[in-house]
Design a protein around this ligand. Structure first.
Ligand SMILES: C[S@@+](CC[C@H](N)C(=O)[O-])C[C@H]1O[C@@H](n2cnc3c(N)ncnc32)[C@H](O)[C@@H]1O
Length: 366
């Protein structure tokens, strides 16, 4: 039993033997000093041999962040702001490239990071920009600037719900060994409870169906909208609009774990040693943003966004190897199609059409 496992067992006991999956996921990933993101020394990297579990676009190629920087630059000008705010900066590769590319256009780069361990990694990486970079645990009451977040929404805890023989249940976690006063291992099992929770759209058919809903991600967007006075937001992640997310054939949901660059679907084993993620329902995020007063500025695939932001020009001087890595960002069967970019705005001109969405905007599919 690791200290994280002991903590989960304690919380389970206090919660009468049942934890909703979202609470379990929050503990497994973010329990202070113990959860996966708080304690794992190197979650993100190119290869398993570096000890990492998965790779993200900024890690794969610096051209991802350089192209994004062009859109950020346009948004800073449009919103007349000079701060960039990044959520969940990981190893800070993206921050490094944005700061290097935009120079004096950025007066302050604020990182909101829940993992104290990753903050140390970020501080090292951003040493050349230490006068501009600050870290916050949470958002202040009011701020203005351009907000970026790559693969942050997918790391937010989700609720799991299941239709089984026509009845909806919330999936949670229990433990067979809780009655044992000194359990020797974390022995988790799925326990379901009948629920009033439902997916945001009716699921056609009568078949059994497992899916996720995202109250935490949507609450995050609402808080962001309440506090951002003037600015633009770029959220990049894997996911779909709700009609695809809740398609009747997607009957096993999108929950996934990553360890050593291998994916599996069982979050109840190796708890704390692997990432747990779910795809993003971009319709839910866009609606939450609109309900809270933000404007949807654009929604498109990562490939369209990067190409519209000038990726191909940037690659003109790149080496063959650099081009090969950058290609993965836009190729349909790699990251180009599954990953999307959603842009939101507050206090921007209604006629502004951000650079990244000029060709291939799919806002109408949300
Ligand atoms: C999958 S990693 C992505 C890291 C980085 N953006 C990248 O692309 O390499 C998810 C990141 O989101 C952070 N995170 C999750 N929830 C967050 C929240 N509510 N506020 C800020 N960061 C959060 C995690 O700590 C982690 O750094």
């Amino acid at each position: 039993m690791t200290p994280l496992h002991q903590l989960i067992n304690r919380v389970l006991t206090q919660s009468h033997g049942w934890l909703g999956f979202d609470r379990f996921m929050a503990l497994a990933l973010y329990a202070p000093n113990l959860g996966y993101y708080s304690a794992r020394t190197q979650p993100i990297g190119l290869m398993a041999s570096s000890g990492s579990d998965f790779v993200t676009a900024p890690q794969m190629s610096p051209y991802f962040s350089r192209a994004l920087a062009r859109s950020v630059q346009e948004a800073l000008l449009e919103t007349q702001t000079d701060e960039v705010w990044e959520f969940g900066a990981g190893t800070a590769q993206m921050a490094y490239e944005i700061l290097s590319t935009l120079g004096d256009a950025i007066k302050r780069y604020v990182i909101v990071e829940v993992s104290s361990h990753l903050r140390d990694v970020q501080a090292q990486q951003l040493e050349p920009f230490k006068d501009k970079v600050v870290w916050l645990d949470q958002l202040p009451e009011h701020f203005s600037g351009v907000v970026v977040g790559n693969e942050v929404l997918d790391a937010m805890p989700v609720k799991l719900i299941q239709r089984s023989s026509g009845t909806w249940y919330e999936m949670g976690v229990g433990s067979a060994s809780l009655s044992n006063s000194e359990p020797s291992q974390l022995d988790l099992e799925w326990v379901k409870k009948e629920t009033m929770l439902r997916p945001p759209v009716e699921i056609s058919g009568e078949h059994d169906y497992l899916t996720e809903i995202h109250p935490q991600g949507e609450a995050f967007i609402k808080t962001l909208a309440d506090r951002l006075q003037r600015g633009a937001v770029f959220l990049i992640d894997y996911g779909f609009p709700e009609n695809e997310y809740y398609h009747e054939q997607r009957s096993s949901g999108t929950l996934m774990c990553h360890q050593g660059h291998l994916a599996d679907a069982n979050p109840l084993v190796a708890v704390g040693q692997k990432d747990i993620t779910a795809h993003v329902n971009f319709t839910g995020i866009a609606l939450s943003a609109q309900d809270a007063g933000m404007t949807v500025l654009g929604y498109t695939t990562q490939a369209h966004f990067l190409i519209n932001s000038g990726l191909l020009d940037l690659l003109e001087d790149a080496s063959q190897a650099e081009r090969a890595m950058a290609q993965k960002l836009i190729t349909e069967h790699e990251m180009g199609e599954l990953f999307k970019v959603l842009a939101l705005g507050v206090g921007v001109r209604p006629e502004w059409e951000p650079l990244g969405f000029q060709l291939g905007d799919r806002s109408h599919t949300l």
